[in-house]
Design a binder for this molecule. Structure first.
Ligand SMILES: [Zn+2]
Length: 331
């Protein structure tokens, strides 16, 4: 590589600027005040050196401190800016990783940031717009993911890929037609991608059904790893919670109080469940079912009533068992 001419201003390419701003979460790496307007600073003072490693996000005030020459003020020099920058990028990446937008928790955050940049460069060099769109989606950058989705579609992609991108990436749903979605779902011979598409489309019951039949097929074929992999994917997805939400909506429509509060219990919506039970206390007492009285006692934090309900329940269960066994002997 030939040496870069000094002080020759070359505008920072838009995708590089976007990357740098994203990695720093549009925040000055020195003062970290999120309310200050920011600009991109060339660490080595060479405006022609637009490598990501040479760029940092600074607010105008902190930027001014890099320009001080002489006097009593200590200049914010390149080495310091680099230290602040690297530390801040780690903080941002860490926050994103714990909020679930970065994958593979085993990798160190420093490697993750570097890797995100290098992977984007590889996809860009190869004009792999689908790879680039999915890459930005995986690191939580919806704007760039949407931009490269449009670019991929313009360049031409299969209907399966188009549906994959448009159902997964925020703001792209309008780029695909219902007919294309149906075509992709019937066309694919791969049940797992069908399960995932249905999941992304919010077709919960169909998606779960597709996962389960696929998992069963893999088990029957002796493909234990793949079965376990998709079983894990299913159990870690929001699909199970979505099923409980559907059940909740159905029990609301049927005015079935017991199953409403059960669905809330499974969803972990403790406060909503407590409120529902308290609001319906009279109705529950009037019906007098022991299992329902037990839940009401829990909501009212009434220990005595709770113990009584549990004992009543045990008595009626025991009575039921005795009846069954006695009638059994007479048969
Ligand atoms: Zn600042």
């Amino acid at each position: 590589m030939s040496p870069r001419p000094k002080k020759n201003r070359v505008p920072i390419p838009a995708h590089v600027a976007a990357e740098v701003l994203f990695l720093a979460d549009r925040t000055c790496c020195v003062c970290r005040d999120r309310n200050r307007p920011v600009q991109i600073h060339h660490i080595d003072d060479d405006p022609g050196n637009n490598l990501v490693q040479n760029l940092s996000v600074l607010c105008l005030e902190c930027h001014r401190e890099t320009q001080i020459s002489g006097g009593f003020d200590r200049k914010l020099d390149a080495a310091q800016v680099t230290l602040y920058r690297d530390d801040w990028l780690r903080v941002v990446a860490d926050a994103r990783a714990t909020s679930g937008s970065l994958r593979d928790e085993d990798r160190t955050v420093g490697v993750e940031v570097e890797l995100a940049t290098s992977l984007a460069e590889i996809y860009r060099d190869q004009e792999d717009w689908v790879g680039l769109a999915l890459h930005y989606w995986s690191i939580g950058n919806d704007d760039l993911a949407a931009r490269y989705t449009s670019k991929a579609i313009e360049a031409g992609v299969s209907v399966q890929t188009k549906v994959l991108l448009c159902t997964r990436i925020a703001g792209c749903a309008n780029l695909v037609t219902t007919a294309e979605i149906e075509e992709a779902l019937t066309d694919t011979s791969d049940w797992t991608s069908r399960a995932r598409r249905l999941r992304d489309l919010g077709r919960t019951a169909e998606a779960v059904s597709e996962y389960i039949s696929g998992i069963q097929r893999r088990l029957n074929d002796g493909n234990v790893f793949t079965a376990a992999y998709y079983l894990k994917e299913l159990s870690e997805s929001s699909l199970i919670a979505e099923l409980f939400k559907i059940a909740l909506a159905e029990s609301v429509a049927e005015d079935d109080l017991w199953w409403q509060q059960r669905a809330m219990q499974e969803l972990g919506w403790t406060e909503q469940r407590r409120n529902l039970l308290l609001q319906n206390a009279e109705r529950i007492r009037a019906e007098g079912a022991t299992h329902f009285l037990r839940e009401l006692a829990w909501a009212e934090s009434d220990e005595q009533a709770y113990v009584k309900a549990r004992m009543d329940e045990a008595r009626s269960r025991a009575a039921l068992r005795v009846t069954r066994e006695t009638t059994g002997k007479h048969d």
